[in-house]
Design a protein around this ligand. Structure first.
Ligand code: DLL
Length: 434
């Protein structure tokens, strides 16, 4: 089911013509409006006029999360604030989030991408879609929401949480599709099973699941428990949000990236050199339709490869293979991106606390849990229970505020967190993806 057949099945030559024109426009925009990127281009000795072919993309400097953090909050915006109609945000590597700004055209372009993704899942205007991604600064909820409205389907914006009510509405409103994280889908499925709800009371037939890594094993389990087809959707705040790439019902192998808006490159994460199609490496994305906050050769730190072969669905936009992990230490816990360094920035400067910490992630009944262990300084060890309790509260609050996530905090005796001779390991991830 195509949402935009001409564009989704466009021939390569016409697609590349569009890509080049939009790339040149984007580079001009960045050079003119974003001081940090202009300086970086100048340092590299490249001018907007040097981008004459698509291959010239390689002349341009990379961007990554650090650049956005260093220019917090809006130093990488390429449109005046009067043109920005929406802000979203996701975790940075320390206390400050990454902020993304969207113009009206950006919102429309993003909705177009999500509309195509819904088409990939066979969703039409006659369907009802429950959006159980979080609404708010996270891009999942509103991103899907605008796509569903664009295709004229009915959106049920339940956001995440309160699973029993979600399932009641899903039955009563006859929802045909659901969009949420795969771990939440699994939890819904288990609730149906455990509450002995009758699957035949549900109309649900398809789900769009993403925002965190998942496996074929999880897909099988979700499909069985919910009686649906489960599809993978990929995206990131820096490129817009969900809808950068999507699996189709027909292929179910790899995710079509909407190449008239995003140019993918796979690079060797160590050298930055581009890798040939089919080889696994770090995905970088250049947004070529955005105005508010374009990103050029943005290093996603996500590992994948490009599948150059055509898909049986007839879409000509190339696919990326299911995401294979990350090159950095970012964790995704209950859909929230977490960097261990955020904990460090939260606890630094709190009297009595050593800069030693450990994050222990687990999954209990399909819900991620996070325990943070933080070490006390020897001088603080106190018999005064009240003092320790107050400190416990303060540290917990500081961490939760930076992460945007509830944690289970354990204050540890001095010198109890294991020291390592080499690179310190700040996380233990006990989650076993099925
Ligand atoms: O997670 C956007 C999104 C919302 C995508 C809803 C899909 C559905 P961020 O919070 O900025 O944006 O996190 C982006 O999440 O770099 C990946 O590491 C990871 N990620 C997103 N989708 C997938 C997926 C949203 N399908 C980061 N498979 C990305 C594996 C994914 N990892």
């Amino acid at each position: 089911m195509y949402w935009n057949r001409p564009m989704e099945t466009i021939d390569r030559e016409s697609l590349e013509r569009i890509q080049l024109e939009r790339l040149q426009k984007t580079v001009h925009r960045m050079y003119t409006n974003v001081a940090f990127y202009r300086e970086r281009m100048q340092k590299q000795g490249v001018k907007p006029e040097d981008i004459r072919t698509l291959a010239d993309l390689r002349l341009l400097p990379f961007m990554d999360k650090r650049d956005l953090r260093d220019n917090y909050p809006d130093g990488t915006f390429a449109a005046p604030r009067s043109e920005i109609v929406r802000i979203h945000a996701s975790s940075g590597t320390t206390g400050k989030p990454i902020v993304a700004g969207y113009t009206q055209n950006d919102i429309e372009m993003w909705a177009e991408c999500v509309a195509r993704c819904l088409g990939c899942a066979g969703v039409t205007k006659n369907d009802t879609v429950q959006v159980s991604y979080g609404y708010g600064l996270f891009t999942g909820g509103l991103g899907l929401h605008y796509g569903v409205e664009k295709i004229g389907a009915t959106v049920v914006p339940t956001s995440a949480g309160n699973t029993k009510r979600q399932l009641m509405l899903m039955q009563d409103l006859g929802c045909d599709a659901v969009a949420c994280t795969p771990s939440y889908a699994l939890m819904m499925g288990e609730t149906i099973r455990d509450q002995k709800m009758d699957l035949s009371n549900f109309k649900l037939r398809v789900g769009l699941f993403g925002a965190e890594p998942w496996t074929e094993g999880m897909r099988d389990e979700i499909e069985k428990l919910l009686g649906i087809k489960a599809l993978d959707i990929y995206g990131l705040t820096e490129s817009a949000g969900p809808g950068v790439a999507m699996e189709c019902l027909e292929g179910r192998e790899g995710l079509h990236m909407w190449e008239d808006y995003f140019i993918p490159e796979i690079i060797d994460p160590a050298t930055g050199e581009p890798l040939p199609d089919g080889e696994m490496g770090e995905l970088t994305i250049t947004t070529i339709g955005k105005e508010g906050m374009p990103t050029i050769r943005f290093r996603t730190h996500d590992l994948t490869s490009i599948i150059p072969e055509p898909c049986k669905c007839g879409r000509t936009h190339r696919r990326i293979r299911r995401l294979h992990g990350r090159t950095d230490d970012m964790l995704i816990i209950r859909g929230v991106n977490v960097f261990p360094s955020q904990v460090e920035s939260a606890i630094t400067g709190i009297p009595g606390i050593a800069p030693r910490y450990l994050l222990i992630v687990d999954r209990v009944h399909n819900l991620d849990t996070l325990e943070v262990q933080v070490e006390l300084l020897p001088e603080l060890v106190s018999d005064e229970v009240r003092k320790i309790e107050a400190l416990q509260d303060r540290v917990k609050r500081a961490i939760e505020q930076v992460l945007g996530l509830g944690v289970n905090l354990r204050l540890m005796p001095p010198n109890s967190i294991e020291r390592s001779q080499g690179k310190t390991q700040h996380t233990i991830d006990k989650r076993k993806l099925l």
